[in-house]
Design a protein around this ligand. Structure first.
Ligand SMILES: Nc1ncnc2c1ncn2[C@@H]1O[C@H](COP(=O)(O)OP(=O)(O)OP(=O)(O)O)[C@@H](O)[C@H]1O
Length: 353
């Protein structure tokens, strides 16, 4: 069911929380909402859920206005960060709640509840367990099963993974994607985490001060953001050495200062490209062109980020960031050359680095 948001506007005490937001979201699509704190994301979700009333504009499902339907009659379900489970019910009864309201009973209800629990990776040992006796990740799995049990047309997710630690978040993110795609369920998901948004969404809406700043495919917005604010929400940017543009840290490569451009045989997937030999032990997947832009600098701090390394390079009194795939063969204080593809430079009118 296509979800249409038309010119949604909402103020609190004379202050605009949402200003004229309009977008069409196709059935089965996964849309992530990003934006600075207070930019109106939760307000939008609450309006779609029927928990808040807009001042102007309309919410439609397949062309049918939802505006006069109370929250409990809208074909949507909201998944919150704090799970919002029934604390006095065991897992199976939490999941059975919505199907019971729909008149499902007996063996059919039991089978449906078991299938839903299995779908989210909770086995039969959880059936009678109350939420208080479950971990945060298990509670969020249960909340997802309960959400699916009501067979909503759209799932609204307000930072559902924010309270979980990083490995759990990654696992649940994959579960969310698999379960919702399998069902063709439309999702509207608020998140602060660019990695989460880039991994889950096939469409990204970026908000600032209640306005829709950008809308598009996540990878395209990451590569070509329309403004510095959008670029920064999706990942770090670092000034272009000696220029007035910006670069993503993974596009700034480190090279030994004394070597001319040469054929780097370690880049097996790009055998015909002439690149600068880079100083990381593992080659990056981002190739350089045959004539990269270059600048000389001095290595500052070097940090291991787990799966990547981050190197600060000082050039002309400014610090630039380079993120590479392996441990760099350089130490603080060492002279380096940084190289980058001029085509990767991000430029924003009126926002020079
Ligand atoms: N019930 C309310 N009463 C008064 N002001 C509110 C209310 N709800 C939200 N606001 C204000 O509306 C604006 C948008 O809030 P909203 O919660 O939608 O932002 P958000 O983008 O979800 O922020 P966060 O990322 O911090 O959750 C903020 O300025 C907020 O203070």
């Amino acid at each position: 069911m296509t979800l249409s948001l038309r010119a949604l506007t909402k103020s609190y005490a004379g202050r605009l929380a949402l200003a004229d937001v309009g977008v069409e979201l196709p059935a089965g699509g996964y849309t992530c909402l990003m934006g600075a704190s207070g930019s109106g994301k939760t307000t939008l979700l609450r309006i779609v859920a029927g928990l808040e009333r807009q001042d102007r504009g309309s919410v439609l499902l397949d062309g049918r206005p939802l505006d006069d339907l109370p929250a409990e009659r809208r074909p949507v379900h909201t998944l919150f960060q704090d799970y919002a489970l029934f604390p006095h019910l065991g897992a199976a009864d939490n999941v059975a709640f919505a199907p019971r309201l729909l008149g499902v009973r007996g063996p059919e209800l039991t089978a449906r509840v078991r299938a839903l629990l299995a779908d989210v990776g909770l086995d039969m040992s959880f059936e009678t367990r109350r939420p208080a006796a479950m971990s945060g990740g298990e509670q969020q799995r249960l909340a997802l099963a309960r959400a699916l049990a009501g067979e909503p047309r759209w799932l609204l997710l307000d930072e559902p993974l924010a309270a979980l630690d990083r490995p759990l978040r990654a696992g649940l993110r994959r579960l969310l994607r698999a379960v919702t795609r399998r069902r063709g369920l439309g999702c509207l998901h608020v998140t602060h985490d660019p990695e989460e948004a880039l991994a889950l969404a096939d469409r990204l809406l970026v908000f600032g001060d209640g306005r829709l700043l950008a809308s598009g495919a996540p990878a395209e917005l990451y590569a070509a953001p329309p403004s510095l604010a959008v670029a920064r929400l999706l990942g770090e940017v670092t000034p272009e050495p000696g220029g007035d543009g910006w670069l993503r840290p993974e596009h700034l490569r480190l090279c030994p200062p004394d070597r001319p451009p040469l054929q780097d045989m370690s880049l097996g997937t790009y055998p015909n490209r002439h690149v600068l030999s880079d100083m990381s032990q593992e080659s990056l997947s981002v190739p350089l062109p045959s004539e990269p832009a270059r600048a000389s600098g001095t290595v500052g701090a070097v940090a291991c980020l787990g799966d990547r390394w981050e190197v600060e390079v000082e050039i002309g009194g400014r610090v630039h960031l380079s993120r590479i795939g392996g441990a760099p063969a350089c130490a603080p204080g060492q002279a380096v050359v940084v190289a980058w593809d001029p085509a990767r430079v991000l430029r924003f009118a009126g926002q020079p680095a």
